[in-house]
Design a protein. Structure first.
Length: 157
């Protein structure tokens, strides 16, 4: 049994729940999938392995994974909750492209220091923080700059 499986098992036992094959499968699929996934994404991946798993079971299990500290919920402004690995993963923040939805993870010790200084200045005890920066990625800016000359030529006619 992996360390993550042990953490999950202890958590569900503490909540008075039983270990089931479906919960095990959802945990396995979540742990094998890198990056950010919505509940719908995870449901689709789990159903590829076992079509009998219900959507409610997946969503309830994701909530248990989050409570256990194995998953972290993040929101990128698209109206959906996304989940990423949290257990023994270094903290990071996100830049989100408003054009294509690309998500860039980054870590900045300078930003962390500023946040800590602001919290100390206001005598605020940080327990966690989420930073998301929204803008336009380099690829989308390149694509837009290639389209502009064509659009300018068409307007000049």
């Amino acid at each position: 049994m992996t360390e993550e499986q042990e953490v999950f098992l202890k958590h569900i036992q503490k909540k008075g729940l039983k270990r089931t094959a479906q919960r095990d499968l959802i945990l396995e699929v979540f742990l094998k999938t890198e990056g950010h996934m919505s509940g719908e994404d995870l449901y689709r991946l789990v159903r590829e392995k076992d079509p009998t798993v219900g959507q409610t079971t997946v969503y309830r299990t994701v909530r248990l994974l989050t409570e256990a500290g194995l998953a972290r919920e993040v929101r990128f402004g698209d109206g959906r909750a996304h989940y990423e690995h949290n257990y023994k993963h270094q903290h990071h923040d996100h830049m989100i492209c408003s054009e294509c939805g690309k998500i860039i993870e980054f870590y900045s010790p300078e930003l962390e220091a500023i946040q800590d200084a602001m919290a100390a200045k206001h005598r605020f005890e940080l327990t966690e923080h989420l930073l998301r920066m929204i803008g336009v990625c380099a690829d989308c800016r390149k694509t837009a700059s290639r389209k502009k000359p064509a659009a300018s030529r068409a307007a000049a006619r």
